[in-house]
Design a protein around this ligand. Structure first.
Ligand SMILES: N[C@@H](CCC[C@H](N)C(=O)O)C(=O)O
Length: 317
């Protein structure tokens, strides 16, 4: 006899039944993987339950997040973006694997543009810039090598008073660490808390199946990045760091683009005057590049570059 499904499993099965016939694609950026759905006019119901079911690795397609491609004019957050940038026709409607909304996803926005191109919804010539609407404002994307570069906008400390005067503004406890470690919380539109570890063995020994405990936790939760600086830290004018991440609303992922940016912000801050503005960030799923560049409004912006691919297309049964 088949045992009854748990409530969560029954909810996922019911949500997937409601989505029968839905075309989708699967894509990733350095192993941070997404289900992508084109819903230009916002006619689909793709809320928390549907996102969690699609991202379920046992019952659904499986992914770290769901990305809906919707015209900015079709949702309130998108209409706010259009007031800032009328050319931002497309909006990245991003949800984590647990169905929760996030303001921004750095790997996701590159994969989103790969998906728009794959679907023939946009064209993007080399050197051309495509503005994309997100809940963290407009992000400008251009082709770079075999992937894309994204102007992620300015970064901010989440606890600026402490960060300016002390090396750390919080502490993080995690499975595999002997004691709580000092950390710095950085917003890339979404929240991050960065911890520096002394050596690769500490990074390998972390148990990220359990969410790290952050004190104080930023108001809307946080993604936690554990980072080991390379030895030497800087070569040929660029720094190199290696990172593992526990994402809010997901768990451990193979990569996090906004997390790589936050990690570069924190490590550069800790390194002090003379630290470079270009950073190679190694993650379990590959490597992304982070650079600090002048923004058009006079503030410093963070640029994120890396690969993005669409690997499969399907239809929900
Ligand atoms: N993996 C993403 C970040 C996704 C959102 C994050 N889990 C959050 O809740 O803020 C990236 O590449 O930036």
């Amino acid at each position: 006899m088949t045992p009854p499904a748990t409530t969560a499993a029954a909810d996922a099965i019911a949500a997937l039944e409601r989505l029968a016939g839905l075309p989708f694609a699967k894509g990733h950026g350095t192993g941070n993987d997404f289900v992508l759905v084109a819903d230009p006019d916002g006619g689909r119901v793709l809320g928390e339950a549907e996102a969690a079911a699609l991202c379920n690795r046992h019952l659904g397609v499986g992914a770290d997040g769901l990305i809906r491609a919707i015209r900015s004019s079709a949702l309130p957050e998108g209409r706010a973006v259009l007031a800032e940038e009328p050319a931002a026709e497309w909006f990245m409607d991003y949800r984590n694997a647990d169905g929760s909304l996030s303001e921004m996803c750095g790997n996701g926005v590159r994969v989103f543009v790969a998906f728009l191109l794959d679907q023939g919804l946009v064209q993007l010539a080399p050197g051309e810039v495509l503005p994309i609407g997100t809940r963290a404002g407009v992000k400008r994307v251009e082709r770079r090598g075999r992937g894309f570069a994204v102007d992620m906008g300015p970064w901010e400390f989440i606890f600026p008073a402490q960060a300016q005067t002390e090396a750390a503004d919080s502490t993080v406890e995690a499975v595999g660490l002997d004691v709580a470690r000092p950390a710095l919380s950085v917003s890339m539109g979404n929240p991050h808390t960065v911890v520096a570890l002394a050596e690769a063995a500490e990074l390998v020994g972390l148990g990220l199946h359990t969410a790290p405990a952050v004190e104080p936790t930023p108001p809307h939760g946080t993604n936690v990045e554990f980072v080991v600086p390379a030895e030497p830290l800087v070569a040929d004018g660029a720094g190199t760091i290696t990172m593992r991440v526990h994402e809010r609303g997901v768990g451990e992922t193979q990569s996090c683009g906004t997390g790589a940016c936050a990690a570069a912000v924190a490590i550069r801050h800790w390194a002090g005057a003379g630290a470079p503005d270009r950073w190679h960030v190694n993650v379990p799923g590959g490597r992304v590049e982070v650079a600090f560049v002048p923004g058009p409004e006079g503030r410093e912006h963070v640029e994120l570059a890396g690969p993005a691919v669409v690997v499969a297309h399907g239809t929900l049964g």
